[in-house]
Design a binder for this molecule. Structure first.
Ligand code: TA6
Length: 299
């Protein structure tokens, strides 16, 4: 386990990135360059804050988020891997896979020529993961912070048999108010409605959210946009290697059940998740790799 002293010795870059003890005693990376600020917990390589200079925060974090060892942080960008949602055979296994609640290693940091900062997290299969999921893998997750936010998750199959994954950047975005947004770019796509027994439906136009929404859009090209009338901005989302897009807002009842969404938290957040799930699962052959990338930009 890397501690803040050896992380700072090996990977801190003045004017870009350093490491500290964050909320709940979790080790965090703090990025503060001329272009933006961000914070990422090493647990789950979980980015939970990103604010471009001159803009309001873009990534939402619940006021009641718990930063406990082994507990998923409510908000930010949970990395869901090697399965999205519940495990298909064993409901006792953690929802959204196991990588968002275990420690990743920092393996590189870089100050880029254009002023951005990148940090790479690596997670390699071990006895703990093999006991949950019997495949050898290496994950390299590179986060690049500037006026845009770039996420790149590379899955390598280091074993001798193919494996199939579903995955997502389960990103919580900050919005002015849930009544004041529309999500564009998913019209015409078929989605499975998780709040209605996974019934397949067609999205007719821009998405308005007036109750619980849990839509898994299939065969998408991953480009979409959140139009936020209250904050008078758009959040543009573009991807590579993603063929599923999930739109989720828990609304009132589900928020109360979840217990860590904060008072009326559902009103200031929406999840738009760049994923591969359901019939968009990805098979990775031995020795091969698969990339999932997303870029967020405020306009
Ligand atoms: O992506 C939407 C979803 O699958 C919802 O069904 C809800 O379960 C949400 O993820 C949050 O899941 P979590 O395990 O983080 O509470």
């Amino acid at each position: 386990m890397q501690n803040t002293d050896n992380l700072n010795k090996q990977f801190s870059i003045p004017g870009h990135i350093d490491f500290a003890e964050g909320p709940g005693g979790l080790t965090i990376a703090r990025i503060n360059n001329g272009l933006a600020t961000a914070e990422i917990a090493l647990q789950g390589a979980h980015l939970y804050s990103w604010q471009p200079r001159g803009a309001a925060p873009v990534i939402w974090l619940s006021q009641d988020a718990r930063f406990d060892a082994g507990k998923a942080i409510r908000g930010g960008v949970p990395v869901c891997w090697p399965w999205f949602g519940f495990h298909e055979e064993d409901l006792k296994k953690p929802a959204h896979g196991f990588v968002r609640t275990i420690a990743w290693a920092v393996t590189a940091t870089e100050a880029l020529d254009d002023g951005r900062t990148s940090i790479r997290f690596t997670l390699t299969s071990n006895d703990h993961t093999l006991a949950i999921w019997p495949h050898a893998f290496r994950l390299n997750y590179t986060v690049t912070i500037g006026q845009k936010l770039d996420l790149q998750l590379i899955t390598e199959n280091t074993g001798s048999t193919p494996f199939k994954i579903s995955e997502a950047f389960h990103t919580y975005f900050t919005i002015g108010d849930i009544d004041g947004i529309e999500i564009h770019g998913l019209a015409g796509y078929t989605y499975a409605d998780k709040a209605d027994d996974m019934t397949l439906k067609m999205e007719p136009g821009p998405i308005l959210i007036r109750n619980e929404v849990d839509h898994i859009y299939l065969d998408t090209d991953g480009t979409c946009r959140i139009e936020d009338r209250v904050q008078q901005r758009h959040i543009n989302i573009s991807t590579q290697g993603s063929h599923t897009t999930v739109v989720w807002n828990p609304w009132v009842e589900k928020s109360i059940k979840m217990g860590d969404m904060g008072e009326n938290g559902y009103r200031t957040m929406v999840c738009v998740e760049s994923a591969n799930a359901l019939n968009n699962k990805v098979t990775v052959e031995p020795g091969r790799h698969h990339e999932l990338m997303a870029r967020y930009e405020v306009a």
